[in-house]
Design a protein around this ligand. Structure first.
Ligand SMILES: Cc1cc2nc3c(=O)[nH]c(=O)nc-3n(C[C@H](O)[C@H](O)[C@H](O)COP(=O)(O)OP(=O)(O)OC[C@H]3O[C@@H](n4cnc5c(N)ncnc54)[C@H](O)[C@@H]3O)c2cc1C
Length: 1022
C-alpha cells in the first residue's frame, strides 16, 4: 500500500483518486491564518539558496541520460492530459479502473465509456480506437493496456523485491541508495495485516543478503555521526493493523506493535532502517505517538515521514525533535510536503472541520523550510547525542537549496542530511545531487498492478498539477529565478479563507433569515473529530458520566387522552403564535443539545447501545433537524403573492393542521424523535410524543430541552406532551383519537400499515382526514459491479451492513456481486474473501467501549428474532461465510456477531425478509442487468448502493435503481439533513423526505386567497 493510493477509512467520503478535487476548492477573499514566517526574508540566506539551487539546476540540466521526467511528459497520454483538463480527468479515472478490467472487451468498453463523457475529446489515434469494432477492439484494448502498463513501469520498480533487485543494484552502482516500499491494497483485515507483516519480514531478512555483496560506499553509508544502514524499508502503519483508528488509540497501537515488533527485531539483527510513512491527517497524531512508543520500547534504526503541508507542521517538528533530544534517541525524519492534499481539503470540507493543510502552495513550501530549520536545530552534532537526522523528500530545488543553506549556516557537513526522491522522477536531479556530494536515496515502490494503479494515478496527478515544481522545471521550463523564488515572496495580500468558515454561504442548503438562528443558511453540525485528543477525552468522560433519565413507560390510555385534550385546547394559541418565535424554540433547543452533546451521546450509548460515533451522529442529526426546519418554517405561513395582476391580489400560504402525534423508534432515539417533533411544532401544531419503549430516557431529555425552549419564548402551555407508554395500548389509542390531525411515525412496516389503516377510519365526530407521515423499513441492496474498487466496496458494505449492528432502516442487507464468470468466479471469490476476513476483524463489545465495532442489539426480543433468521439461513442450506464461530466468545447479553451468508437465492428467507440485525445476504448476478433487476425486486424502496467505475452504469443506476436514497461508490447509510434528504417509497413509507425541502409541507394545509383590489375601476397599483 502506498501513501498515494492507500484507501482511506470507511468514513472517508472522498477517494484519494479524486481527480477533480482541485477544481472543487473555491477561493474566498478574507484573510486567514498565516504560516509561521521563517528566516526566508534574509537576503544573505536568499543569495546562498540561489547559489546552491543554481548549481544543482545547472548540473541537472547538463545530464542527458535518465531524463525520465522529460520522457514522461513526452508520453502521448500525458501530453494530451496536460492540454485538455476534461480528457485528463476521464483518462486518470480510466487508469484507476484499469486493473479491474479483466478482458479486452471490458477494457475497450470502459475506455469508450470514459472517452465519450460530455466535454471529452479523445486525442487523434485514440478516437479511432474508440470507434473500433470486432478484432480491432482487442487490438485497441491491447494498445491502451500497453501504454498504461508502460506508464506504471516508470514509477514501479517491479512486482516484488526480487523483481526489483537488479534495479536496486544498478542504482547502487550509480551512487544512489534506496528505500523499498510495498505497494498494496488497503489493509481491511487482520489476515491482510498478517500478510503484509510476512512481506515486510521477507524484505528485512532477505534484502540485506543480496545487498551485502555490493561494494562499500562511504558517501552512501556514513554520515557525520556514524553508519547509515544500507537497506532501508518503508512501512505503513495501516498495513500492519486493519483497525488503526484514533478513536481507540491504545488498542490500535497494541495491534500494530504485535505485528511490527518482529519486524523491528529483524531490522535490528540485520542493520536495516525502518521508516514509517505518513498517511492521512486523521492518523497523524496516532502515527507520531505509535512511532515514539515503538522507539521508546525497541532498539532499531528508525525513521519517520513528516508532512509540511499540514498547518501543524512546525509544531509536529518541534514535538518529535524535542522528544528525540530528551530521550537521547536518534531518528531520521523524512520531511515531505505531503501526498494527500486534495483528499485532506475535500474531506475536511465534507466533515465541516477546519482544513488541516495549507490552502496555498507557497505556504506548504514555506512551512517545509521552517520545519527544516527546526530539524537542523535538533540535529545530533556528535556520536551518542540524541536528535533528528534530516532526510529531505523533495524534488524541488528551491526547497533543497534552502535546506543546504541551513546546513551551511550551522556549520553542518553535507552528509548530515540525506536527499530522497521518488523512483521514476527527476533522475537528473538525483545525479546532480550525487555529484554535489549528497547522499541520495530513491524511494522504490514494488507491487502488483492493482495497488500499483492507485500509486500511478497519484504520480500522474502530482506530475501534471499546475502546482508541481517538477512540471514548472522540466516541462514549462520556467527560469531559474522563478524556480528558486522565496515562497514568502509569493504571498498574496490576502489569503484564502478556510472552506469551513464560508461553508454555510457556499452551500446555501437552506434560505437564511436574519431573524432565525445565526442569520446564516443552514449547515450540518460537524461530527466529533476523534483524532483530536481533547475531543476524544471529553467524549470519554461524558460517556462514563452520563446517566440515563429514569422513565417508566406507564402512561395509561386515559393519561394519553388527557394530553390530547390539552394539546387540542392549546392549538389555536400556538397556531397564531409568532412563527419566528416558534423557529426560535428550535434554535434554542439546538443550542441546548450542542451544550450537552457528549452527555446526550453518553445517554444513547447506555440506553440504545449505540457506539460512540453512532451516538455522536445521532445528536448531530437532531441538532440539524432543529436548525434546518427552523429556517424552512417561517416562509410557509407568510402569504406568497402569485403573479402581479393589477386589481387582483392572489396569495398562497400554509396553516398548521392541528394536533400531531409522534411515534418514534429506538434506533435513532434522539434524531428521529426530535425531527418529527420539531417539524410538527415549528409549523404550529401541538404535539403528543410517544418515544420508543426501549429508549424513553433520551426521549425525556429531548422533551425537557424543547419544553425549556418553549418556556423561554413564552409559548402557551399544553403545546408539547411526553407520553412514554406501551404502543399496543396507549400508542394505539393516541393515533385513533378523532382529534388527532397528523401522525408522524417511524418504525416497522407492520405497525406503520396498521396506523395508516386506523387513520383511514373517520368516525362521525371527526371533522378532518388524518395525515400520516410514515417511514417504514428497508431491505436495501448494494451492487458490486465488475469494475468496482474492492477496497472501497469492502469497507463501505461492511460498515453499511454492520454499523450499529445493522439496526438502521438504511442498512445494507443484500449484497449483489456481479461476476460474469459465475458464482465461483475469481471476482466473486476475491470479494467474498476480503469482505469475510475484513468482517472477522471487527471487535465485539459494549457500546460504551470505543474499541467496539459491534455491540449488543437493542434487547432480548430483537436478538431472539435475529437468531431465528440466522437459523432459517442455516436450515435453508446457505453457506455461513462469517458467523459467531469467527469471534471470541463474550458474556455480553444480546450480542450477535456479524453474519454473512452466501449461496443465497432470491427466495431465501434472509434475502426477502427485513431482519434489523447484523445479517448480510450475498447473492451473485451474472451481469449488470440481472443485478439491477434483483436490486429493484423488493417492495421496500428505501436506500440502495452501487460500487462501480463504469460511467454508463452510474447513469443507469441513477435512472433505473428505484430507491428513495441511492448511494454511488460509498456506503448506503448516514444521510445528512439538507444534503441527502432521507426517505423511501414503496413499502418503505409514505411522505416526503426528512431533512428535505418539502418535509414540513406534510404538517400544514395550504390556503389561497384572491382579493379583488379594484374599486370602481381603480386599483392602487396602476
Ligand atoms: C522519498 C519520498 C517519500 C515520500 N513519502 C511520503 C509519505 O510518507 N507521505 C506523504 O504524504 N508523502 C510522501 N511523499 C510524497 C510527497 O509528499 C510528494 O512527492 C511531494 O509533496 C512532492 O513535493 P516536491 O517538493 O517534490 O514538489 P513540489 O512541486 O514543490 O510540491 C508539491 C506538493 O505541494 C503541496 N501542494 C500542492 N498544491 C498545494 C496548494 N494549493 N496548497 C498547499 N500545498 C499544496 C502538495 O503537498 C504537493 O504534493 C514522499 C516523497 C518522496 C520524494
Amino acid at each position: 500500500m502506498a501513501w498515494f493510493g492507500s484507501k482511506l477509512g470507511s468514513k472517508a467520503k472522498a477517494s484519494t483518486h479524486s481527480v477533480q478535487s482541485t477544481t472543487a476548492v473555491q477561493t474566498a477573499p478574507a484573510p486567514s491564518v498565516r504560516p509561521p514566517v521563517a528566516s526566508s526574508s534574509n537576503p544573505e540566506r536568499e543569495l546562498r539558496i540561489l547559489e546552491l539551487g543554481s548549481e544543482m539546476l545547472d548540473i541537472a540540466r547538463t545530464h542527458k541520460s535518465g531524463m525520465l521526467s522529460k520522457q514522461f511528459y513526452q508520453d502521448k497520454i500525458m501530453d494530451w492530459s496536460m492540454k485538455d483538463h476534461n480528457f485528463k480527468v476521464q483518462m486518470f479515472r480510466f487508469v484507476d479502473a484499469f486493473p479491474a478490467l479483466t478482458t479486452p472487451d471490458m477494457v475497450h468498453d470502459h475506455l469508450v465509456d470514459y472517452m465519450t463523457q460530455p466535454g471529452v475529446k479523445a486525442p487523434p489515434g485514440m478516437d479511432l480506437a474508440i470507434k473500433a469494432g470486432g478484432v480491432a477492439k482487442s487490438l485497441a484494448a491491447k494498445t491502451i493496456s500497453g501504454q498504461i502498463t508502460g506508464m506504471a513501469k516508470n514509477f514501479i520498480a517491479g512486482t516484488n523485491a526480487a523483481d526489483a533487485l537488479p534495479m536496486l543494484s544498478k542504482l547502487w552502482k550509480q551512487g544512489i541508495s534506496f528505500s523499498v516500499d510495498l505497494l498494496g491494497e488497503a489493509c481491511v483485515s487482520s489476515a491482510e495485516a498478517d500478510a503484509y507483516q510476512a512481506k515486510y519480514l521477507d524484505l528485512v531478512e532477505n534484502l540485506v543478503g543480496t545487498a551485502s555483496g555490493w561494494p562499500a560506499s562511504d558517501r552512501l553509508e556514513k554520515d557525520h555521526v556514524g553508519i547509515v544502514p544500507r537497506v532501508n524499508v518503508s512501512i505503513k502503519v495501516t498495513s500492519l493493523c486493519a483497525l488503526f483508528n484514533p478513536i481507540a488509540p491504545e488498542s490500535s497501537t497494541a495491534d500494530f506493535m504485535k505485528r511490527a515488533t518482529p519486524i523491528f527485531e529483524a531490522a535490528k539483527r540485520n542493520g536495516v532502517l525502518i521508516n514509517f510513512d505518513m498517511e492521512q491527517f486523521e492518523l497523524k497524531d496516532l502515527t507520531l505517538d505509535t512511532f515514539m512508543h515503538a522507539c521508546d520500547t525497541h532498539e532499531f534504526e528508525a525513521g519517520l515521514a513528516m508532512q509540511a503541508y499540514l498547518k501543524s507542521g512546525v509544531e509536529d517538528a518541534k514535538r518529535i525533535s524535542e522528544w528525540a533530544v530528551r530521550t537521547g534517541r536518534v531518528v531520521t525524519v523524512r520531511l515531505v510536503k505531503g501526498a494527500y492534499w486534495d483528499f485532506e481539503t475535500i474531506h475536511a470540507e465534507q466533515e465541516g472541520w477546519p482544513c488541516p493543510v495549507w490552502h496555498e502552495k507557497w505556504q506548504t513550501d514555506q512551512c517545509f523550510e521552517d520545519m527544516v530549520e527546526v530539524f537542523l536545530d535538533h540535529c545530533p552534532k556528535e556520536p551518542g547525542q540524541g536528535g533528528v537526522k534530516l532526510a529531505l523528500g523533495s524534488h524541488n530545488v528551491r526547497s533543497i537549496g534552502a535546506a543546504l543553506a541551513g546546513l551551511d549556516k550551522r556549520g553542518l557537513p553535507r552528509e548530515a542530511m540525506e536527499l530522497q526522491m521518488l523512483h521514476g522522477m527527476a533522475d537528473q536531479l538525483k545525479h546532480a545531487a550525487a555529484e554535489m556530494g549528497l547522499r541520495v536515496r530513491e524511494y522504490v515502490p514494488v507491487g502488483e498492478m492493482i495497488p500499483g494503479m492507485a500509486y500511478l494515478v497519484r504520480r500522474l496527478l502530482e506530475n501534471t498539477s499546475n502546482e508541481s515544481w517538477l512540471k514548472a522545471g522540466f516541462l514549462d521550463n520556467a527560469n531559474t529565478a522563478t524556480l528558486l523564488a522565496d515562497p514568502a515572496s509569493l504571498a498574496p495580500a490576502e489569503l484564502k479563507q478556510d472552506l469551513v468558515d464560508i461553508a454555510a454561504q457556499r452551500h446555501r442548503l437552506s434560505a437564511s433569515d436574519p431573524k432565525v438562528g445565526n442569520g446564516e443558511p443552514f449547515y450540518t453540525e460537524p461530527l466529533r473529530d476523534f483524532a483530536e485528543n481533547d475531543q476524544r477525552d471529553a467524549f470519554e468522560r461524558a460517556v462514563s458520566g452520563a446517566s440515563v433519565p429514569s422513565v417508566a413507560n406507564d402512561r395509561t390510555v386515559e393519561q394519553g387522552v388527557a394530553m390530547l385534550d390539552e394539546a387540542h385546547a392549546a392549538f389555536p394559541a400556538w397556531r397564531d403564535f409568532d412563527p419566528y418565535l416558534r423557529s426560535k424554540v428550535l434554535t434554542l433547543t439546538a443550542q441546548m443539545m450542542r451544550d450537552r452533546r457528549d452527555e446526550l451521546s453518553g445517554i444513547m450509548c447506555k440506553e440504545a447501545r449505540k457506539a460512540w460515533r453512532e451516538a455522536d451522529a445521532d445528536v448531530c442529526e437532531a441538532i440539524d433537524f432543529c436548525e434546518y426546519y427552523a429556517r424552512m418554517a417561517p416562509s410557509l405561513t407568510e402569504p406568497a403573492r402569485l403573479g402581479k395582476f393589477i386589481g387582483e391580489l392572489d396569495e398562497l400560504w400554509y396553516q398548521p393542521k392541528g394536533v400531531a402525534v409522534v411515534i418514534s423508534p429506538w434506533n435513532f432515539p434522539l434524531a428521529i424523535c426530535c425531527g418529527m417533533t420539531v417539524a410538527a411544532l415549528v409549523t404550529g401544531n401541538t404535539v403528543v410524543v410517544k418515544p420508543a419503549e426501549q429508549t424513553p430516557g433520551i426521549g425525556k431529555a429531548m422533551f425537557d430541552m424543547i419544553s425549556d425552549a418553549l418556556r423561554q419564548v413564552g409559548a402557551p402551555s399544553g403545546v408539547l406532551h411526553f407520553c412514554p407508554a406501551p404502543g399496543e395500548t396507549t400508542g394505539a389509542a393516541l393515533v385513533r383519537d378523532p382529534r388527532v390531525n397528523v401522525i408522524a411515525f417511524t418504525g416497522s412496516k407492520a405497525v406503520g400499515l396498521n396506523i395508516i389503516e386506523a387513520a383511514g377510519v373517520t368516525p362521525e365526530e371527526q371533522s378532518h382526514v388524518k395525515r400520516v407521515v410514515c417511514e417504514m423499513g428497508g431491505k436495501n441492496a448494494v451492487i458490486v459491479d465488475a469494475s468496482a474498487d474492492l477496497d472501497e466496496a469492502v469497507l463501505g458494505i461492511r460498515y453499511s451492513a454492520f454499523g450499529f449492528q445493522g439496526q438502521k432502516c438504511s442498512a445494507c442487507s443484500r449484497c449483489i456481486v456481479i461476476d460474469p464468470e459465475g458464482p465461483n468466479g475469481q471476482r466473486m471469490k476475491l470479494f467474498l474473501e476480503r469482505l469475510g476476513e475484513s468482517t472477522k476483524t471487527l471487535v465485539l463489545g459494549a457500546a460504551t467501549d470505543p474499541n467496539s465495532d459491534v455491540s449488543p442489539v437493542i434487547d432480548g426480543e430483537a436478538s431472539g428474532n435475529i437468531e431465528r433468521f440466522i437459523e432459517s439461513a442455516r436450515s435453508e442450506g446457505l453457506t455461513e461465510l462469517v458467523g459467531a464461530k469467527d469471534f471470541p466468545e463474550t458474556d455480553i447479553d444480546d450480542l450477535i456477531a456479524p453474519h454473512i451468508f452466501t449461496g443465497v437465492s432470491e427466495t431465501s428467507t434472509i434475502y426477502t425478509q427485513e431482519i434489523f440485525g447484523p445479517v448480510l445476504a450475498v447473492i451473485h448476478a451474472k451481469d449488470f442487468d440481472e443485478a439491477m433487476r434483483m436490486a429493484n425486486g423488493h417492495a421496500y424502496k428505501l436506500t440502495g448502493g452501487i460500487f462501480t467505475r463504469k460511467p454508463t452504469h452510474i447513469d443507469r443506476a441513477k435512472r433505473e435503481f428505484r430507491v428513495g436514497n441511492l448511494y454511488i461508490n460509498r456506503g448506503c447509510t448516514g444521510a445528512l439533513v439538507g444534503r441527502q434528504p432521507f426517505g423511501g417509497f414503496g413499502m418503505s413509507g409514505v411522505g416526503s423526505k426528512a431533512g428535505g425541502p418539502d418535509y414540513l409541507m406534510q404538517f400544514v394545509d395550504p390556503r389561497a386567497c384572491c382579493e379583488n383590489t379594484m374599486r370602481r375601476g381603480f386599483a392602487p397599483e396602476l
